[in-house]
Design a protein around this ligand. Structure first.
Ligand SMILES: O=C([O-])C(=O)C[C@H](O)[C@@H](O)C(=O)[O-]
Ligand SMILES: [Mg+2]
Length: 416
């Protein structure tokens, strides 16, 4: 029996461009925690998660109670995470709208690391532990953002500015030329809805064969959402989080044929029943980082299937360990039939050795090596940890950063 001997948690910061969204703008560095689970027979399993300081404290509390656990005992993992959080009084993670389940959020990187270890021990890829691959490559979408040319006072990056239809179409062209994506997602909620609809139409004209989506992160009222949905019927494959809350989404859904997708009002198992009863959501965006890991995400997939809801995949700024985990999960989930979101093209630094996760025709081939099939680059990990220590960011704060440029800025949620 292989048992956990110790845990290493390494917060890292990696360069991030000034991408705009409803709550502000991405800071110069995005944060992640790299989780290494060591075993008594010398194996190391990898996981990746958020790195806000309160989350890091919970990860550390759990790390103390994991030594001795059998790497195949995922139920035991959940129990230990639950008990450690309960004894620390953590009932809420304080994340997105306070709706996430803290046990699922904290458990996720450990579950991924244990699956990585199981795969390494059995010499099988993680996808095989999840029931086997239903697809050999996983399609991702081109994730477009309005963006500034440079961070305030910084050097312009490779992508340039994108603040109007031409800029966004140019960004799409570059990303599609480089990665081959066949679906496009526009992050909206930055400009007035009419302006963003114009951009979606420009994308539809420039890429008539591509599937399109827009995600304003709840920037619109119910009335505006219904109007925009009507304007975009036949143009987009789904409309993501136009308005806040299950009730608001249900109201919009009554007046449009476009499926409504969410990674904001259904982000934990407790919200599935009310969403199903209200028929508020037609596509759930899974995200193993807060749905409790890969196997709980598969459970979510089964529930979506049972209730006739579609399933797609959400992303946040992430590195290669997460991309590998997302790819294994998507490859083993039959009803994950939409191209998954990924922020991967926006990053220029990573903690894994390159070459295992290339994008071809917009898809990532499922790694066939043991476990997740990725290898940690210790030097790169050290460098990005130094960057974390020197950079001073301890929690993502898009709004605070935006206010350094525009002190009057208020997040745009349900504003239009
Ligand atoms: O689909 C989404 O809502 C996201 O991808 C959330 C992210 O935080 C996105 O808004 C971002 O990176 O600014
Ligand atoms: Mg979203």
């Amino acid at each position: 029996m292989t048992r956990i001997s110790r845990i290493e948690l390494t917060p890292v910061a990696f360069a991030d461009p000034p991408l705009l969204n409803v709550v502000g703008v991405h800071e110069p560095f995005a944060l992640r925690t790299i989780v290494q689970v060591h075993t008594d027979d010398g194996l190391v399993g990898l996981g990746e998660t958020y790195a806000a300081d309160d989350h890091l404290a919970r990860l550390a509390a759990v790390a103390e109670v994991l030594p001795g656990l059998d790497v195949f005992d995922l139920n035991g993992l959940r129990r230990r995470v639950h008990d450690a959080l309960a004894s620390g009084g953590a009932t809420q993670v304080g994340g997105m709208l306070n709706l996430q389940d803290p046990v699922d959020v904290v458990m996720s990187p450990y579950e991924v690391a244990l699956l990585d270890l199981q795969g390494k021990q059995l010499d099988r890829p993680v996808v095989d532990l999840l029931g086997g691959a239903v697809r050999d490559e996983v399609p991702f979408s081109a994730y477009l953002f309005y963006k500034w040319a440079a961070h305030p006072g910084g050097e312009p990056g490779a992508w340039g500015a994108a603040l109007d239809p031409d800029g966004i179409v140019r960004q799409a062209r570059t990303m599609i030329d480089q990665y081959g994506f066949t679906a496009i997602k526009l992050k909206g909620g930055v400009f007035e809805p009419a302006q963003e609809v114009e951009v979606v139409r420009a994308l539809a004209a420039a890429f008539p064969e591509h599937k399109l989506r827009i995600d304003p992160n709840c920037a619109w009222t119910v009335e505006t959402s219904v109007r925009v949905a009507r304007e975009l019927e036949g143009v987009i494959e789904y409309l993501e989080d136009p308005t806040p809350g299950i009730e608001g989404m249900a109201e919009v859904a009554r007046y449009t044929k476009i499926p409504l997708a969410t990674n904001m009002c259904v982000i934990a198992f407790a919200q599935l029943k009310p969403a199903v009863l209200a028929d508020a959501v037609q596509v759930v965006l899974s995200d193993h980082h807060y749905w409790g890991g890969l196997r709980r995400s598969q459970l979510l997939g089964g529930i979506c299937d049972t209730f006739g809801m579609g399933l797609s995949m959400h992303s946040n700024s992430h590195l290669g360990i997460s991309l590998a985990a997302m790819t294994h999960l998507a490859a083993a989930t039959p009803n994950l039939t939409y191209a998954c979101d990924t922020h991967y093209p926006w990053k220029t630094e990573d903690v894994i050795k390159p070459g295992v996760l290339p994008f071809e025709r917009g898809s990532v081939r499922v790694p066939r090596g043991p476990g997740l099939g990725v290898e940690l680059d210790e030097d790169a990990l050290g460098k990005l940890h130094e960057q974390y220590l020197a950079g001073g960011i301890r929690k993502r704060d898009d709004t605070g950063y935006m206010r350094t440029v525009d002190p009057e800025f208020t997040p745009n949620t349900a504003r239009w």
